[in-house]
Design a protein around this ligand. Structure first.
Ligand code: SME
Length: 164
């Protein structure tokens, strides 16, 4: 059993503790699915006000659903489609305050109102994206973006082992 000491204080402290927990969970573990699964569980448990948290993987230049927590979701997203596809093509985080105003947004869960998608890059390769959905409009601010980008910077090199 894992136990984490995650601060209920400021957002800065929350992301600092999440980074430390993710480091402890994934250090020395080469299996990318296990690492994505634990990252999704950690994020969903400790980041408030989310209805979906998980990964899409870059499989031959198409985003394919990976480990996640939330409702069953769209399996394949072409590069360039939706918020995830925009993050994959631009390799830049997409922070969307109102998903209904985002051209081409793909609705996997009708509850989603805002979204944060962080590209995951290691060795110059796009490995996939982290996708967070919230039922609250404008749920994610610049500090959430920076915090989640730091989480993915830590995780990226730990997702490099090929699947068997
Ligand atoms: N809304 C995303 C699709 C994935 S689901 O939110 C889980 C998008 O527009 O890319």
């Amino acid at each position: 059993m894992y136990q984490f000491d995650i601060s209920a204080g400021s957002k800065t402290e929350l992301y600092r503790d999440l980074l430390s927990a993710l480091d402890g969970l994934t250090a020395g573990e080469p299996d990318p699915v296990a690492n994505m699964a634990n990252a999704a569980a950690l994020i969903r448990e400790y980041l408030p006000d989310l209805n979906w948290a998980g990964f899409y993987r870059n499989v031959a230049d198409e985003l394919v659903l990976g480990p996640f927590q939330g409702k069953a979701a769209c399996i394949r997203i072409p590069f360039g489609s939706g918020v995830c596809g925009a993050a994959a093509v631009s390799r830049e985080t997409q922070r969307v305050e109102d998903v209904h105003a985002f051209p081409g947004h793909i609705a996997c869960d009708a509850a989603s109102a805002s979204e944060l998608v962080v590209p995951i890059v290691a060795d110059g390769r796009l490995l996939g994206v982290l996708d967070l959905d919230s039922p609250s409009p404008a749920r994610f601010d610049a500090e959430d973006q920076a915090g989640c980008e730091a989480l993915m910077t830590l995780l990226a090199p730990r997702l490099l082992s090929p699947l068997p």
